[in-house]
Design a protein around this ligand. Structure first.
Ligand code: ATP
Ligand code: MG
Length: 304
């Protein structure tokens, strides 16, 4: 079972996170990044965090400890922002904490350029993401951190943030365990991930017994009242069945196509050219960023 701790101090919101996680101190003297049940992402994001994170750990990947955090909004009485107060008041009770890695750095495209990743490790991470349909580990939103960074030991890759994984739990009846998803823009695609070796190693380790032990760690309250299911245990069973079937069908979804950064840039350029072709002249000057942060410094071209 996940350890339970009690929040003693709300330190600050982490505004890099879309779900407005908070940095929290607890009665075991630990510091945790807490994801709140009252966030817009909802409790299914927390279920995905537990199941995918604990599966990652069981398969030998680095993933910070998860704890259940008893949270009373009174410990954040000093927090001045109303949107944070609203979130915390909607989250009284059990929430999910992840051990905070002090000084950790996000694995950004700049870090990725100089950081060596072993192809088998990269393959294992891509394999886990493909198994659990985690499409939120891309170049620009890697949800990978490197730690430690103070020179005490070599920095290693750590996985975080699996809240967007297990997309099938939003539409249970329409989910197809053999479905392939596009992982060509995976954050580790440029590190020659050996997904075939990872598949041979990891697929046999994903057993019903392991999945039952992992889903048992999800609190009942986050699984209750799921439409179409009579009990939290029935929902757990559905996660086990789906992931087991998907692990057995890996030949149908194993990602093996990882274009280089130059090839992806080329594809982007061609797509932009196609999109712009039929636009009126003034619209051709609007940058097409496809969700990427702008690298453009000179906006004068768009003002004339
Ligand atoms: N365990 C951790 N240790 C140190 N920093 C962390 C940890 N977990 C998260 N962070 C920092 O907080 C940021 C937001 O975390 P996370 O991605 O889990 O939140 P989120 O709300 O799910 O974000 P989003 O949905 O926008 O990706 C991370 O990018 C990272 O910088
Ligand atoms: Mg994130």
């Amino acid at each position: 079972m996940l350890r339970e701790v009690t929040a003693t101090r709300y330190i600050t919101p982490l505004r890099e996170g879309g779900s407005l996680p908070g940095l929290v101190e607890a009665d075991d003297l630990g510091t945790y990044v807490v994801k709140f049940t009252g966030s817009a992402q909802g409790r299914k994001a927390l279920v995905a965090e537990v199941i995918v994170g604990e599966l990652a750990r069981a398969l030998g990947l680095r993933f910070p400890e998860l704890v259940l955090v008893r949270f009373d909004p009174a410990v954040a009485a000093h927090e001045p922002h109303q949107e944070v107060q609203d979130l915390l008041h909607a989250s009284a009770g059990l929430n999910l904490g992840m051990d905070h890695l002090p000084g950790a750095r996000d694995f950004t495209p700049e870090v990725a350029r100089t950081f060596d990743v072993d192809p088998l490790e990269a393959g294992r991470i891509v394999w886990l993401d493909a198994l659990t349909v985690n499409v939120d580990r891309t170049t620009h939103s890697s949800n990978l951190m490197i730690w430690p960074t103070l020179g005490v030991a070599p920095p290693r890759l750590w996985l975080i943030d699996h809240g967007a994984a297990l997309v099938f739990h939003h539409r249970w009846d329409a989910s197809e365990p053999g479905k392939a998803y596009d992982f060509r823009r995976h954050a580790l695609g440029g590190h020659t991930p050996d997904t075939r070796a990872a598949d041979a190693e990891l697929a046999p380790r994903v057993t019903g017994e392991l999945l039952r032990a992992i889903t048992a760690q999800v609190p009942d309250a986050w699984l209750a009242d799921e439409p179409g299911f009579a009990s939290p245990d029935e929902v757990r069973g559905a996660y086990v069945d789906y992931l087991l079937a998907r692990a057995r069908a890996s030949a149908a979804w194993l990602p093996t196509d990882f274009p280089t950064r130059a090839q992806l840039a080329d594809e982007d350029a061609r797509r932009v050219a196609r999109t712009r072709q039929d636009r009126p002249d003034w619209l051709k000057r609007v940058p097409d960023l496809h969700g990427k942060p702008t690298a453009e410094q000179d906006w004068s071209a768009h003002l004339g």
